[in-house]
Design a protein around this ligand. Sequence first.
Ligand code: FO1
Length: 316
Amino acid sequence: MKVAALAGGVGGAKLVDGLARLLAPDDLTVIVNTGDDFRYCGLSISPDLDTVCYTLAGIANQETGWGLQNETWITLSQLKTMGAPAWFNLGDKDLATHLERTRLLDDGVPLSSITRGFCEAWGVKPTILPMTDDPVATVVIDTAGNRLDFQEYFVKYHWEPAVKAIEFSGIDKANPAPGVLDALKDCDLVVICPSNPYVSVAPILALPGVLHIVQQKPVVAVSPIIGGAAVKGPLAKMIGELAGQPATAGFAANYYKKLSILTGYVLDTRDELEGTLLEGWGIIYETVDTLMISTDDRMRVANTVLELASEIYGDK
Ligand code: FO1
């Protein structure tokens, strides 16, 4: 089964890791959000791409989910003593990635080619594609009317500002990166990873041409909610500010009713009661413990996704 997975940062990377352990490398393409990308201290940072690649390479920091394992922070400490901006934590080894990415981008090499080269160097076998080679920036507009770059909102201000709206600046003029539309056209299944639907999945689906293809495909999404709460990060707070109650069925409703794309949904056992709503809409669902800490956890959730896909194809 050929799978195209739409992924953001840590949650997405974990599911993708599970899928990569169950599928042949040629059968998995990961389309990664680049709305979080930004320039910091003159460097081009692509946090979600790096999180996915480091995770698949087995070199990610297991505690934070982002950055590299066995990291040191000498450069950051030195920057701090000089009064340089140091709110975004770049480790010494991680810096090499950003230096090399920036050098290549400045030479005119597209982000998708750079990512391919990095994956070869790190031994990442599935195809990892940035959603676009063009600049797209997720902007958080807070209730005071400030327009915050996503990483400022997320890291610098610890997602404290109340969110009024989210914009993907540049999205209308952005082209999907080479391979993105083909991967979606050629796949048997689109998987929406349990990444933040507002800031990680939405930009990918908002890229010109993407939604139309995804609408023609079986789509299985994994809920980013566990027991009525978000696992990590600002999602639960954003839901309160933008939508009301955190509910796993709320995201299914958005995908299904607003975007017309949902075929199957994997939700956490703790949210099982919401499954009945999905049944009413004709969406098939499976419940499983979706908390992904160990490798076994990741494979369990990935396996549930693939089982649901088999059900959709009538193999079961
Ligand atoms: N997240 C943080 O919460 N604090 C950081 O200082 C931080 C640094 C960082 C450096 C490199 C990188 O690739 C990711 C980093 N992240 C950090 C994670 C990143 O902000 C988020 O995971 C994503 O943008 C949200 O999907």
